[in-house]
Every structure is written in C-alpha cells, then in structure tokens.
Design a binder for this molecule. Structure first.
Ligand code: PRP
Ligand code: GUN
Length: 182
C-alpha cells in the first residue's frame, strides 16, 4: 500500500464534518419522515452494500413501520477515489413487483450508482422507489434525474469517509463523517 492510501495518512489530512451525535439526530428525523411517507405500507428496505451497512441498520431502528429487508451490491468505484462503470455483484432477491422500495445508501455523489439501482428496481416492477441517503455531496456533476427523497446531511465537494464509507477499504467503522482537507 502506498503511504497516501493508509488510514494514518487519511486521518492526518482530514477533519470531522459530522459527529455521531449529529448524525443520530438527522437519522431519527429521517425515520419519522419515512414513516409519514409510507403511511402504514410495508416496504422492501433495500440496502446498497457495503457503504450503507451502518446507516441502514440505524435508519431501520428509527422507522416504526415494519420492513422487509433485502440488499443489493452494485459498485462503481471498486476501492478507488474516482472512476466509472457500474458492477453488479448482487441484484434484489425479493420480488419488487407492485411494492414500495426504500432504497438506502450512504452517499449520493454523482448519482450513477443509485440511478442504476433505482432504474433496476423500476424495471422489476416496483410501484414506488424512495431514496434515503445519509449524505449528499453538493456540486453540479449530479447525473440527470436523481435526487434523494430523504437526506441526512449535505456535504462539501470533498472525499469523505467513515460511517460506512471507505478510504481505500479502510475507515468504514469510524463513527463520524470525515473529509479530506483540500
Ligand atoms: O453517487 P455516486 O457517484 O454513484 O457514488 C455513490 C456510491 O459510491 C459508493 O459506493 P462504492 O461503489 O464506492 O462501493 P461501497 O458502497 O462498497 O463503498 C457509495 O456507497 C455509493 O453507492
Ligand atoms: N468513501 C467515499 N465513497 C464515495 N462514493 C462517492 N463519493 C464518495 C466519497 O466521497 N467517499
């Protein structure tokens, strides 16, 4: 591993943007908003691995409506800090026809990942796909036609890690959102 790919390097060149306590508050709010949108309907709660793992567990506890769990694994970055091409590692298993899907991911950045997953859910017959993300990066590179229905926090246009998000496949279990300094 090169020196700049190490977790020590990342921590020495980053700052905390959001603490666990701040995120707890936002996730609790999101749970209430999702309950209101579901209005009693039991959805498929579809987690995008790996990044959404921690957020999804916490969000599920914040939602009072019963949930049917499933997960997908679709990655665009493959451990890089930039790149393209979506790779499907697992598609939804639960039949989505005529179901409401709460699609859960850690970050909405350029949006290609969530757009491809959302489109796949719709092609499988989902009647409604609600996007819930822990954070949304602020820039003008978003793919057309994708935005979060439920968002935790807004981020500056910097590489972030922690709270499920990786720095070269490290740092996912740090209980805060960190950003590399420019
Ligand atoms: O909005 P986008 O620009 O498409 O980027 C967001 C996606 O990138 C990350 O996934 P990644 O492919 O790095 O896999 P991971 O979840 O395993 O970290 C993240 O979890 C989102 O799914
Ligand atoms: N860890 C991480 N994954 C991402 N996927 C898209 N943008 C980001 C980012 O800033 N950090």
């Amino acid at each position: 591993m090169t020196a700049t790919a190490s977790l020590d390097y990342a921590l020495a060149h980053s700052e905390v943007l959001f603490t666990r306590e701040q995120l707890d508050t936002e996730i609790a709010r999101m749970g209430r908003e999702i309950d209101a949108a579901l209005d009693g309907e039991r959805p498929v709660f579809l987690t995008v691995m790996h990044g959404a793992l921690i957020f999804a567990g916490q969000l599920a506890f914040a939602i009072r409506t019963d949930l049917e769990f499933d997960y997908v694994h679709a990655t665009r970055y493959r451990g890089q800090t930039s790149g393209s091409d979506l790779h499907w590692l697992r598609r939804p298993e639960v039949p989505l026809k005529d179901r409401t899907v709460v699609l859960v991911d850690d970050i909405l950045d350029e949006g290609h990942t969530l757009k491809a997953v959302r489109d796949a859910c719709q092609e499988m017959g989902a009647k409604r796909v609600l996007l819930a993300v822990l954070c949304t990066k602020q820039h003008d590179r978003r793919a057309h036609g994708i935005e979060a229905d439920f968002n935790g926090v807004d981020l500056p246009d910097r590489y972030v890690f922690g709270y499920g998000m990786d720095y070269h496949e490290q740092a996912r279990n740090l209980p805060a959102i960190y950003a590399l300094k420019d």
